[in-house]
Ligand binder design. Structure first.
Ligand SMILES: Cc1cc2nc3c(=O)[nH]c(=O)nc-3n(C[C@H](O)[C@H](O)[C@H](O)COP(=O)(O)OP(=O)(O)OC[C@H]3O[C@@H](n4cnc5c(N)ncnc54)[C@H](O)[C@@H]3O)c2cc1C
Length: 432
């Protein structure tokens, strides 16, 4: 075998980080444009990240820039004044944000949820003509608040029990009253708590005469204004990572929510969650971005190209080369699966596509942390100082695989089941 690499060829000036999609030529012009819009904000986000991480404070300046750039309305359809990104485009743009500030990207993903569920997902769902017309009217109001009012929306679904994993009805309940609903309950880990203008709350609609607590099919999605009487934020926020997401707890005490705050028609939330599982993989965007950032950091560090560091190259040691190769293998695997599943997203994916999706989500979440671990071991002692971003990337990356509904454990659980059972198959109970 002849090695065609030319060791003596003129050196490239400096390392140039690759596009978040790897080969940007495969993207549409619009996709490249929107990723570039996010990339242009990135360096300022990165500059602010250390302070917000240290203080566990909300990066308000980043959100002001997201608002100015139009990115707050990234998933609002163009017909409603937004940037009109579809699912795949959103995934790329969100991953690019993750490269610069994990916390901003993660909370931004929560913000984007209501536009996606009420937008691209709702468009793909079965609705009666009346439901469709009603949904169009209500989402127009919601989108207007984002496009014209610059609203930031949180997406609280976690309650500390099985509901966030999709295994039980939400404990936060809604009752129908004149002109709307009354909502009561508690949510934990609500990114953007206290800074969002609205909380896109998942709850259970209780029907009169039925057993309290309802069923999974009674899930309801409501945009609750943050200043509605009865809404409060509580609890401390001093976590290991993702500190600038400010994911405190929320309480809803008999909050009146007008009927026009419905983000999906009654009864369709369950259908949406069942039929469009790719939506749950949007959380992985942040972690692909973090992995890319950790890889870029490592290459620049070993090439002695990091600003402010002594110009001591470390790239000539075979052990460093092995480690960085291992990181690259993981990064390419993550990216390939991420892109493929982002492109495959659609209503009612077949079993094969669902299994690939669990594998992709698991791979991104687990590899992101593994890549950061390798980066610290490879770059060495100086690289983990708080004056550099790597230790923050490491802490932030740890959070991905514990996020519901698809923790790493649950991905493996679902994947294992689907590997061994075809759609609709089950075993009879085994008598002991
Ligand atoms: C930085 C960060 C930001 C977050 N932001 C948000 C946000 O904006 N909105 C939001 O809603 N959440 C958010 N979360 C919460 C996240 O999605 C999870 O809900 C949370 O991490 C779960 O924590 P837990 O300790 O309750 O999980 P666990 O105890 O692992 O799970 C909670 C419950 O789910 C059930 N469960 C777990 N595994 C299984 C299983 N295999 N089968 C069936 N049921 C199971 C169990 O009843 C379990 O007690 C955030 C989390 C982090 C770390």
């Amino acid at each position: 075998m002849i090695d065609t690499a030319e060791p003596d060829a003129a050196p490239r000036a400096r390392y140039r980080p690759s596009h978040i999609a790897g080969d940007a030529r495969r993207l549409s012009e619009r996709q490249r444009e929107l990723v570039a819009l996010a990339a242009a904000l990135g360096p300022r986000f990165a500059e602010r990240a250390a302070r917000h991480d240290r203080e566990a404070s909300f990066p308000a300046e980043n959100y002001e820039e997201l608002r100015q750039s139009g990115l707050l309305a990234i998933c609002v359809p163009e017909s409603h004044g937004g940037l009109g990104a579809g699912f795949e485009t959103y995934m790329l743009v969100a991953a690019e944000l993750g490269r610069w500030c994990g916390s901003t990207a993660l909370s931004f993903n929560m913000h984007a949820q209501s536009s996606l569920w009420a937008g691209v997902v709702a468009d793909a769902l079965d609705m009666t003509p009346e439901q469709r017309a009603d949904h169009e009217r209500l989402r127009t109001r919601h989108f207007e608040r984002i496009v014209r009012g610059g609203w930031i929306n949180a997406h609280p679904f976690s309650e500390g029990g099985a509901a966030a994993a999709g295994a039980a009805p939400f404990g936060t309940v809604a009752h129908r009253v004149d002109g709307g609903y009354r909502v009561s309950g508690t949510k934990i880990f609500a990114s953007l708590a206290g800074v969002a203008d609205g909380y896109s709350v998942l709850c259970t609609l209780e029907h009169p005469g039925q057993a309290a607590g309802g069923t999974l099919r009674d899930a309801l999605y409501l945009a609750v204004p943050a200043d509605a009487p009865g809404v409060s934020v509580w609890g401390d926020w001093d976590p290991l990572g993702m500190r600038a997401t400010v994911s405190r707890n929320l309480r809803f005490e008999d909050v009146f929510v007008p009927e026009d705050a419905r983000l999906l028609p009654e009864g369709l939330c369950y259908q949406a969650a069942r039929r469009f599982p790719h939506m749950f993989s949007t959380l992985s965007t942040t972690y692909l971005g973090i992995a890319q950032a950790a890889y870029d950091f490592t290459v620049q560090y070993l090439r002695a190209e990091l600003p402010g560091m002594p110009p001591v190259k470390r790239r000539m040691y075979p052990t460093k080369q092995f480690a960085v190769a291992e990181m690259r293998v993981k990064l390419e695997a993550m990216r390939a699966l991420f892109l493929q599943t982002a492109r495959e997203a659609r209503i009612d994916p077949d079993q094969d596509a669902r299994m690939r999706l669990y594998a992709a989500h698991y791979t991104v979440m687990e590899h992101a942390n593994e890549l950061c671990r390798l980066a610290i071991r490879t770059c060495g002692g100086q690289s983990m100082l708080k004056s550099l971003p790597l230790e923050r990337l490491y802490r932030d990356s740890r959070c991905g695989s514990l996020m519901l509904p698809w923790t790493a454990e649950l991905c493996i659980d679902r994947l294992g089941r689907e590997c061994l059972y075809e759609d609709g198959e089950c075993d009879e109970a085994i008598e002991s």
